[in-house]
Ligand binder design. Structure first.
Ligand code: COA
Length: 351
């Protein structure tokens, strides 16, 4: 029996040597990777710095009316910017200020495209599930006037908006093109929900309560439409970037997107009008003798939502038309990049 133990221990000692060797190689490679990341980041900064300078010179030449051959350089710059964006996605990134305050200085960048895709997909699902819960709570509150239930609903909204603003900051760190306004909107929504939570249960609140609940029910409906659109876009964009993809073309994607937007935008604008109605009702309620500061602050926040959401949503259309060429370069570059990565990994397998 004791001989067996010695034999087993010797065997395990040999296995441990293998583990130690593998770990040493791993640490060496990790150091190499860190050094390579730093080198790539330096080159990236250099490329961007020089591109900014060249762009400035191009503008000056254009002002002087000297435009010979400039269109070619401008196209090349657009292509280069698309390439730099793709390279940037493979490198670690610093978190923004909001994430640093909330999470501290931890690295939240995903270096793998598949992980990024999964995170975004999960974010869309997370929003949908929480809007189903919000819808049920809003309907329940509509038919049952029970203060603790109301407070649970408002606490839920504070938690939800706080969580998605963090998730959106992580998405932004990982290269999402989400506009700054949507992130600000969700941070302000956290504040608005917190104000509603501490609003005393008085006459002004009961006059606003029903309209607020209807607004939330409508918002949940819009979020469902947004989910369908955003998830559709996510999967189609992924397919577009894949090199062997035969199912979808850039033109096909654009016609699907415009069809989706034509349906979605009117519903969104009705939602924005609802926000304006909330702001007006709250403004009127602020003249009520029982009105506290919560009424004025909520009115101001709903008005800010109305203005910010309407302007940002209207801007989506000209931005998409203007950035059509950039989008094409991004997709083509992504495909070429995937070809390069796949060929390299095939080569290293053959070696
Ligand atoms: N919230 C979170 N992310 C958003 C967003 C929003 N409201 N709008 C756009 N994004 C994201 C997109 O998913 C995309 O992410 P990616 O780079 O990781 O792929 C990025 O921002 C760029 O999107 P963009 O191309 O500018 O717009 P889009 O076609 O994806 O969506 C709209 C356009 C108009 C449908 C979308 O902006 C929207 O739904 N806006 C209205 C929101 C609103 O008004 N909410 C309040 C309702 S009352």
């Amino acid at each position: 029996m004791s001989d067996l133990i010695f034999e087993e221990w010797d065997e395990l000692r040999n296995d441990y040597k293998l583990l130690k060797m593998a770990n040493e190689t791993y640490l060496k490679k990790l150091k190499e990777v860190t050094n390579l990341q730093q080198t790539c980041l330096k080159h990236l900064v250099h490329q961007r710095y020089r591109i900014t300078a060249i762009n400035k010179n191009i503008k000056q030449l254009e002002k002087k009316g000297n435009t010979d051959g400039l269109d070619n350089i401008k196209n090349d710059i657009m292509k280069r910017e698309a390439e730099l964006h793709i390279i940037e996605q493979t490198l670690p990134k610093q978190s923004g200020k909001y994430l640093k305050i909330v999470l501290g200085s931890i690295d939240v960048s995903f270096l793998n495209k598949e992980d990024k895709f999964k995170y975004k997909d999960e974010y869309e699902k997370f929003k949908l599930i929480n809007h189903v819960i919000a819808f049920l709570l809003a309907v329940l509150n509509m038919y049952c006037y029970f203060r603790p239930l109301e407070l649970i609903y408002l606490c839920f909204l504070v938690w939800y908006y706080c969580t998605i603003s963090i998730r959106e900051s992580i998405l932004k760190t990982n290269g999402s093109r989400i506009k700054g306004w949507w992130r600000i909107h969700h941070i302000l929504s956290t504040i608005a929900s917190a104000v509603l939570l501490v609003w005393p249960d008085n006459e002004t609140w009961s006059q606003f309560r029903q309209q607020f609940l209807w607004y939330n029910v409508y918002n949940c409906f819009i979020q469902y439409l947004q989910f369908k659109y955003q998830r559709g876009a996510l999967y189609r964009l992924k397919a577009l970037g894949e090199r062997d993809n035969m199912d979808i073309t850039i033109e096909g994607f654009h016609s699907w997107m415009w069809r989706g937007l034509t349906f979605l935008l009117p519903c969104l604008f009705i939602g924005h009008l609802f926000q304006l109605c909330n702001a007006i009702l709250l403004y009127k309620l602020s003249q009520h003798p029982q009105a506290s500061w919560h009424v004025v602050v909520s009115s101001a926040l709903f008005f800010i939502f109305f203005v910010g959401n309407t302007i940002t949503t209207i801007m989506v259309i000209p931005n998409k038309i203007r950035e059509k060429v950039k989008f094409q370069y991004r997709v083509v570059t992504q495909r070429l990049y995937n070809v390069m990565i796949n060929d390299n990994s095939a080569d290293s397998k053959n070696d």
